[in-house]
Design a binder for this molecule. Sequence first.
Ligand code: NDP
Length: 236
Amino acid sequence: MTSRQPPRRSLVTGANRGLGLEFARQLLAHGDHVVATCRHPGRANALNQLVGEHPGRLHVLPLDVGDPKSHAELARELPLVMDGIDLLINNAGVLHSGERFGHVPPANLDDSLRTNASGPFLLTQTLAERLVDGATVANLSSVLGSIASTASFSTPSYAMSKAAQNMATVLLASALRERGIAVIALHPGWVQTDMGGSGAQITPVDSVRGLLKVIDGVGIGDSGTFLDYRGKPVPW
Ligand code: NDP
């Protein structure tokens, strides 16, 4: 007799478009039970269409990652649709382009730090009790947040916020290690999304396929590392 594994329970932030939407698609194709979160579920047409295609396996819940009250509401609603989280993908992110030294708007910096760094850190802290022992937390970072790889003044709000997120990844890895929960930073490549633009190198399909392969292979020994979508280490 063969024993069937129960479906993985996965939660994705920023799942209404771009890489988040593709994560939801591929996780569903893989057989996962998925909670896909976004700021405005009523307007998330592509996601809502997926709900119809996967009845009972996809739930769309509201979440603004920059708002801790929204984190708390999600934590309250979550048990109604999912009894634990095996995989948390902190995907939502923002990039303010066109910033020049001397003219970086404080609001850009605040928004970037809140969305890209504080957001994933505080959400993971809030959801920690819902993460099962042995779970994986994947934080979508960027090579632009790699201090070691930075040679010019470019996208400062984004770069600083992703560098701060990288520190959050290492700290969360340390805090959750004793429960066997692996926390990793991931660079998805330069991807054709609204953020990456149409001239980017790879498609969301290829990026997410690679990222999920990396996630599937992650063990507690990899916790606190920074990997790209091919599994190659990225310098901090
Ligand atoms: P997109 O700009 O295409 O999508 C961003 C997603 O994040 C949207 O769903 C957006 O929702 C959501 N989001 C933004 N702010 C918030 C918020 N406050 N609360 C909830 N959701 C929010 O970006 P990508 O899909 O390309 O990027 C996904 C992740 O990958 C990001 O973290 C990004 O930094 C990272 N990345 C992407 C690269 C690329 O080349 N594309 C390269 C390196 C890293 P809404 O529609 O409501 O704005």
